[in-house]
Ligand binder design. Structure first.
Ligand code: CA
Length: 236
């Protein structure tokens, strides 16, 4: 059962959020302050956190920041509940580490859709990060061979010069041929929940393409406009 932690000091809003979530058959954990949220998160390990910005004992943004810096809590998906334009600006500034935001007052339907999307995205991420042992060895895609144990990539037997991040990027795409991966999926899979800008993905993709250019593998990675990237390869 999905469990959602609600961190909101206004009782009416907290109860409304809880009501909306429980109608979806989700379990809810309610906190009226950051202090309470801190205690409950360890006890209940929620699947997702709805976080207000102004709490009686501090700012939701600062708390989120601490959450994302701590290895034991950085993987919790967080949706910020914002009220004003400037709060949205802050949450949109990618440094906040929130997975999404919902503006108050919100429509129940919209809130549920956002929660579902974030949960789905995080499940995908977990899938992407999981590399079964039997597949951990070698990936062969036409001229390209990736040896994960050695962090080695070759094209027609010629080694490519790749950084660890570039190798992991290439490995991620090669593992999912034909599948479009969004920048945030790539970011989550390769960088984990480190606080980095999604543009970092573009920078590394550019370097990776540079490393592949002039080889038989140079056209394997394609940009899917407005969506992300795809490894273009069909099993024969
Ligand atoms: Ca508040």
């Amino acid at each position: 059962m999905v469990s959602v932690m609600i961190v909101e000091d206004e009782t009416a809003i907290r109860e409304l959020l809880s009501f909306i979530c429980e109608k979806e058959n989700w379990r809810t954990v309610k906190a009226g302050s950051l202090d309470e949220a801190g205690r409950l998160i360890r006890q209940t390990k929620p699947d997702l956190i709805l976080l207000d910005v102004m709490l009686p004992d501090g700012s939701g943004f600062d708390w989120l920041n601490r959450l994302k810096r701590d290895e034991t809590s950085r993987d919790y998906p967080v949706i910020m509940l914002t009220a004003r334009g400037d709060e949205i600006d802050r949450v949109e500034g990618l440094e906040s580490g929130a997975d999404d935001y919902v503006v108050k007052p919100f429509l129940p339907r919209e809130l549920i859709a956002r929660i579902r999307a974030v949960l789905r995205r995080n499940k995908v991420t977990a899938l992407l990060n999981e590399i079964p042992d039997e597949e951990a060895g070698r990936i062969v895609r036409g001229p390209l061979v990736l040896d994960e144990a050695r962090f080695e990539a070759t094209v027609n037997g010629e080694p490519l010069k790749l950084s660890v991040k570039e190798f992991r990027l290439l490995h991620l795409f090669a593992k999912h041929p034909g599948r479009v991966l969004s920048r945030s999926q790539v970011l989550n899979a390769v960088w984990g929940n480190q606080i980095v800008d999604v543009r970092t993905v573009d920078v590394h993709m550019l370097r990776l393409r540079k490393a592949l250019s002039g080889t038989a593998a140079e056209n394997l990675l394609e940009t899917v406009r407005g969506v992300g990237y795809r490894f273009r390869y069909e099993e024969k």
